[in-house]
Design a protein around this ligand. Sequence first.
Ligand SMILES: Nc1nc2c(ncn2[C@@H]2O[C@H](COP(=O)(O)OP(=O)(O)O)[C@@H](O)[C@H]2O)c(=O)[nH]1
Ligand SMILES: [Mg+2]
Length: 287
Amino acid sequence: MSSAEPHDNLANPANPDLPAPTPAPADAACPDVSVVIPCYNETKRLGRTLTGIRDWAATYDGRVQVVVVDDGSADGTADLARGFDAGPLDMAVLVNDRNHGKGYSVKRGMLAADGAVRVMSDADLATPMTELPKMLPWFEQGYDVVIASRGMPDSQVDPPRPPHRQLMYHGFCLIRRMILLPRLKDTQCGFKAFTARAAHDVFEHLITEGFAFDCEALALAERLGYRVKEVGVEWHNGAGSTVNPIRDSPRMVMDLVRIRRRLRKLDPHSIRKETTPVSNTMSDTGT
Ligand SMILES: Nc1nc2c(ncn2[C@@H]2O[C@H](COP(=O)(O)OP(=O)(O)O)[C@@H](O)[C@H]2O)c(=O)[nH]1
Ligand SMILES: [Mg+2]
């Protein structure tokens, strides 16, 4: 067992009757990792991010795959990714036919990735890869989805966000907790890790193309009986955010209502039953 904190209560209040997770294999401390990066006009930020992942991969014992998903960029983002000196990284570059949104792009990347652990990261790598080793031990303890959070007592947000962003963030959290996922403090941090099986089941059924997709993914995961762990991380607030809270928040709130309505009608057992085998998963190795 790793150096992670003691066991939490693994019961999933949403679905106590769904199958318990299969114990993770003994070598789960360094699983093969895929990092999916949704990118919309990211030539300014992506190079540094890929370098950061490459540097981290050089210190990591497992295989590291990077899947860049270019979401219809007009600034040569895909060319930058293709031309990057990948070193030990296994690189894949997917290009959307047009701009669809972050949710569409993460879904595409997550379903194309092949790591035992599939991580989505924003193109600014605001949560550095060095935070991933803090998250991986939770998989060994039976969690299926481990999300980085800026809302935990040990989270470090540096530098603090400007007051207007802070206000929008807390306002959205308040509304979101009334509609979906009341237990989670921060659903919007752009760094989340899934086992291959959870990634497959969740993203196969995800329909939200915009920024509310994180909430749909997490609510879907809980509805399917997967265990979600929120972990405080270091988060660096850099320049160049592509999210406009005034433009994007109303749409997100409408999406939350739609997501809740859809999930109420969803039969989780039919999804878990129809699931086809996923290769190279932590929970499929059966060891
Ligand atoms: N704004 C925007 N971002 C997108 C889109 N598709 C993918 N993304 C990516 O979604 C991520 C959003 O992160 P970021 O801009 O840092 O926003 P933050 O949430 O304010 O930190 C970035 O990696 C974007 O490139 C899109 O259609 N619009
Ligand atoms: Mg950011």
